[in-house]
Write a protein that binds this ligand. Structure first.
Ligand SMILES: [Zn+2]
Length: 188
């Protein structure tokens, strides 16, 4: 697959860990690479850097200076989704958390989480990815998917009660009863 601008920017920083760079230097390298590899010019290096910083992958050392430090970055695992897949997952989910609907437009950080925890299946396709907000990503990371699902329905239930949506209230009740029946404990 052809590399995206995010992939190339990441390549650059990963090849030079713990070194400070201004976007100009990165732009120079990425421009060369993109012309050599793809035959055309990829633009918006600055935007890609800002996005990777927003996702806590790059560290902003000071204004206009960025660094990649494998020890300080939010745990990017080797089997994490590569940037171009992340972007595709975000785009499909409209840059919003699939649980609560909060997203970039609300100033909330988003993450691409994999549905299947099995390393082999993790990155095989974007259908294995979900967009999650900060809060739900950290819940999901620490709990099983089934337990995370319970939180989702607990929140849906609260919302349904608040707006008096009886059909949804009953639906959530049924699901939460099933959780209780199987003794999957709540997290709160
Ligand atoms: Zn959320």
């Amino acid at each position: 697959m052809e590399k995206s601008i995010l992939d190339l920017v990441m390549d650059f920083f990963q090849q030079h860990p713990k070194q400070d760079f201004t976007p100009d230097l990165v732009t120079h390298w990425v421009t060369e690479q993109s012309i050599n590899n793809t035959g055309h010019l990829l633009k918006n290096v600055w935007r890609a850097i800002r996005q990777l910083h927003q996702e806590e992958i790059l560290i902003k050392v000071k204004k206009g200076v960025y660094q990649y430090d494998p020890e300080r970055t939010r745990d990017i695992e080797l089997d994490d989704f590569p940037p171009h897949m992340k972007e595709a997952i975000f785009k499909r989910d409209n840059y919003k958390c699939v649980f609560c609907g909060l997203g970039r437009n609300d100033g909330v950080k988003i993450f691409a989480d994999s549905i299947s925890p099995k390393a082999k299946e993790r990155n095989s396709s974007i259908s294995n990815g979900l967009t999650l907000c900060d809060k739900h990503y950290s819940i999901k990371k620490n709990r099983s998917h089934i337990e995370a699902g319970k939180i989702f329905f607990q929140e849906m239930y609260k919302k349904a009660v608040a707006i008096n949506d009886l059909r949804m209230v009953n639906f959530c009740k049924c699901i939460l009863d099933t959780y209780n029946q199987y003794e999957i404990d709540g997290l709160y």
